[in-house]
Design a protein. Structure first.
Length: 411
């Protein structure tokens, strides 16, 4: 008996370091997966503690607040078992059995394997517990009846399905998981119908978020806006490329997620989006002022008055100050609303990788009348965006009327 006990003690002693090493590896892997899944962006309020919740997520049905997912037993997920965490992540079920609102992208996470969920949970158990309750989501009737989400989940909860990848490269297959599941890119870049469900027949063709367009991520549309594999990988890693910089809702995605991903995973994401044989990126030539419409010609003076000081008279931009207009992806969008919103709202100062910064861009909503704004949009879009059409003042009026009040919007 003593010999048996001694052998058991020895076995346990030898196994303990291996178990600890495995647990440590799981936590490290979970930290990476949590970053790839962009958990921090929706569960961290501006200036708040990481994962402590409180971020207001504006939806068509009201404002939903990101929850506390630190290990706090009273306010966070400290009492969740691995099974309960997996149910929350992939089925939208809270520990108490209530349904989560689909601002939590379980509609994409439902394709996540259990091992990845367990690793994320293992990591979250190691973060500092924050003993603070997040604001309670209070939607108006009938959206406040969580029981109604049972029917919604039956209809739409598992709509996201991965397309077959037979004959595709390993990079493509890895990129599909990173984009469609962990990154849940389709949640913002897919249009939604009246019940708030993604329109899967239009997957990744673009979606509207609080007055901004999350543009199409289809390969041909990306190539038409000048994207190639290298530039797209660079954009995800550094938040900037020849096509411009991350702004609006993509900046937190870069800041909290993509800049921390491995180069192979970023390359895989670009491979999935553009394909194993990507279409050729379209190169634009500048349009001479004489070839532009009368409105665009007038807009040249408005550009010199309010834009050229930072973006340079000929649109080449200034390093560390403002992006170039030449080749800028926002100007190349057929839908002008993002360009309009940027001009009106401005962009705050942004920090990118290394020591790279972009100075704040002021908004010009109070400096340009509707005609001047229309002329400026036409000049930018025709001169550097490859757009042949002309916006009318009535088009700008409609876009401005469609824009909701400026609030934070996440997923």
């Amino acid at each position: 008996m003593k010999q048996l006990l001694s052998r058991l003690a020895l076995a346990v002693g030898l196994a303990a370091p291996m178990l600890l090493a495995h647990a440590d590896d799981q936590v490290k892997r979970g930290e990476y997966l949590a970053r790839a899944a962009d958990c921090m962006a929706c569960h961290t309020a501006p200036g708040g503690a990481p994962f402590a919740g409180g971020l207001p997520i504006v939806s068509p049905f009201g404002t939903i607040y990101g929850t506390n997912i630190t290990p706090s037993k009273e306010h966070g997920i400290g009492l969740y078992t691995d099974d309960e965490f997996f149910a929350a992540l992939t089925e939208g079920k809270r520990r108490d059995g209530a349904n989560l609102y689909p601002a939590m992208p379980y509609t994409s996470y439902h394709l996540m394997p259990r091992a990845d969920s367990d690793a994320i949970h293992a990591y979250l158990k190691t973060v500092e517990p924050i003993e603070r309750a997040a604001p309670v989501t209070r939607l108006s009737f009938p959206f406040n009846v969580r029981l109604g989400l049972m029917g919604w989940n039956m209809l739409y909860g598992k709509d996201v399905k991965l397309a077959p990848t037979e004959g595709k490269s390993e990079a493509f297959q890895r990129g599909q998981y990173m984009v469609e599941v962990l990154g849940h890119c389709g949640e913002c870049h897919t249009p939604r119908g009246l019940p708030g469900a993604m329109q899967q027949d239009k997957r990744l063709t673009g979606g509207l978020l609080n007055g901004y367009l999350a543009p199409s991520l289809l390969a041909n549309d990306l190539a038409a806006r000048g994207w190639n594999h290298q530039d797209l990988s660079t954009f995800l890693k550094h938040g900037m490329s020849a096509q411009g910089t991350m702004f609006n809702e993509m900046f937190p995605v870069f800041h909290n997620s993509t800049q921390g991903l491995s180069d192979p995973d970023l390359a895989a994401m670009a491979t999935f989006l553009l394909g194993d044989q990507p279409p050729v990126a379209k190169v634009l030539s500048e349009t001479s002022l004489d070839a532009m419409s009368p409105s665009a010609q007038r807009g040249r003076q408005d550009y010199l008055n309010v834009c050229a000081g930072c973006h340079a008279p000929n649109g080449e931009g200034k390093p560390h100050i403002a992006v170039a207009m030449r080749g800028n992806t926002t100007l190349r969008l057929e839908d002008p609303r993002n360009l309009l919103r940027v001009i009106e709202d401005g962009i705050g100062e942004q920090q990118f990788t290394g020591f790279e910064r972009m100075q704040p861009m002021p908004g010009f909503a109070d400096k340009l009348n509707h005609q001047q704004l229309t002329d400026l949009l036409n000049y930018l879009r025709q001169g550097w965006g490859g757009q042949s059409g002309e916006l009318a003042v009535s088009d700008v009026h409609k876009l401005k009327a469609d824009a909701p009040p400026t609030e934070h919007k996440a997923h």
